[in-house]
Ligand binder design. Structure first.
Ligand code: AHR
Length: 325
């Protein structure tokens, strides 16, 4: 969640950065005869969610007439910092990025501010002074963790017996990993003293990471009968390891994950994933809209939250044909 400190400084930050953009640049969106250039630094290509997010951003930039400079950081913060510095040197109109981890951004964000280039965060939050960025377009990850726990309540229903949970965490230090874990734990602490987390380790949001870590969990914690995966890709990798160990995903080990990508939905139709809390990657149109508003000195919300839904396996077959990613 954006911290209280961030919100308190956030309103002033919006005004300050907006006015910097106004006095330092001649453009205002695609008007004024000058094409807007947006420098975007993507986390990487670690998951189906990320691929859909990249496509959404590229398509939306094209549709909005915005010149997009795009770079893939391959899940490395140093690559993102370098990309942002390159965009500052190139004097782009706006910088946007989805930060691979939450901390360590103050210096480069101050450089962008000194260069009078507004920064819009997408997808993930940063743990930095909120006056250094204008707006965040993205999901409430803590709420997603809570929703995943409530989905597990539904999956378990009235069944009795131990609930031994293995957790596949996202990238260590990233906002979704930290906040989804916190949201899930909040519900556990409040309502489920009988649930026990027996193993928890990062799978770095990748399918291969999920597969390898789950294989190790099955050896070290054979008592695990629930898997909470911080994204679908790790759940899909874990399914391969569960099957290889001769156990039945979705039955012997109940699985709840987050995202709602196409392959996750297919696994739900097959009863291998029991429930998914959606995290919507289609952020491109809202990002381009925000870019134009910021350059036109219009006010924008500090956090533009994404709309999302919950799905149980029973919903999957009817929902699948309408999924957009
Ligand atoms: O930041 C969003 C997360 O990043 C998605 O849940 C995950 O799939 C991606 O890698």
């Amino acid at each position: 969640m954006i911290s209280r400190r961030s919100f308190l400084t956030g309103v002033a930050a919006t005004v300050a950065v907006g006015s910097l953009a106004a006095c330092g640049k001649k453009n205002n969106g695609t008007g004024g005869g000058k094409t807007v250039t947006l420098g975007f630094s993507q986390v990487g290509s670690e998951s189906g969610w990320r691929s859909a997010n990249t496509t959404s951003i590229k398509d939306a930039a094209g549709a909005a007439g915005i010149n997009l400079k795009f770079s893939d950081a391959q899940q490395k913060q140093e690559n993102q910092i370098q990309a942002i510095r390159d965009y500052i040197t190139q004097k782009v109109d706006v910088i946007s990025f989805s930060p691979v981890v939450s901390s360590g951004w103050d210096t480069v964000l101050k450089e962008a501010k000194a260069a009078k280039i507004p920064v819009i965060l997408t997808d993930r939050q940063v743990d930095a002074d909120a006056s250094l960025w204008v707006s965040l377009v993205g999901s409430d990850f803590e709420a997603e963790g809570e929703r995943a726990a409530h989905l597990l309540e539904k999956v378990l229903g009235q069944s009795s017996g131990p609930v031994n949970i293995a957790v596949l965490e996202g990238t260590t230090g990233s906002a979704p990993a930290t906040q989804r874990a916190a949201g899930f734990k909040k519900v556990m602490d409040a309502s489920h003293p009988e649930w026990k987390i027996v193993a928890s380790q990062t799978g770095n949001f990748t399918r291969d990471g999920g597969k390898q870590v789950m294989a190790a969990f099955l050896q070290s914690h054979p008592e695990a009968n629930v898997l909470f995966a911080h994204n679908d890709d790790m759940a899909l990798g874990a399914i391969q390891s569960i099957q290889a160990a001769g156990r039945k995903p979705g039955t012997d080990i109940k699985i709840v994950s987050i995202d709602g990508v196409h392959d996750g939905f297919v696994a739900m139709t097959q009863g291998q994933i029991n429930a998914i809390a959606e995290c919507n990657p289609l952020l491109g149109p809202q990002l381009m809209d925000t870019v134009k508003k910021v350059l036109a000195k219009q006010s924008v919300e500090k956090w533009i939250k994404t709309q999302e839904s919950d799905f149980l396996a029973a919903d999957a077959a009817s929902a699948l044909p309408n999924r957009k990613y």
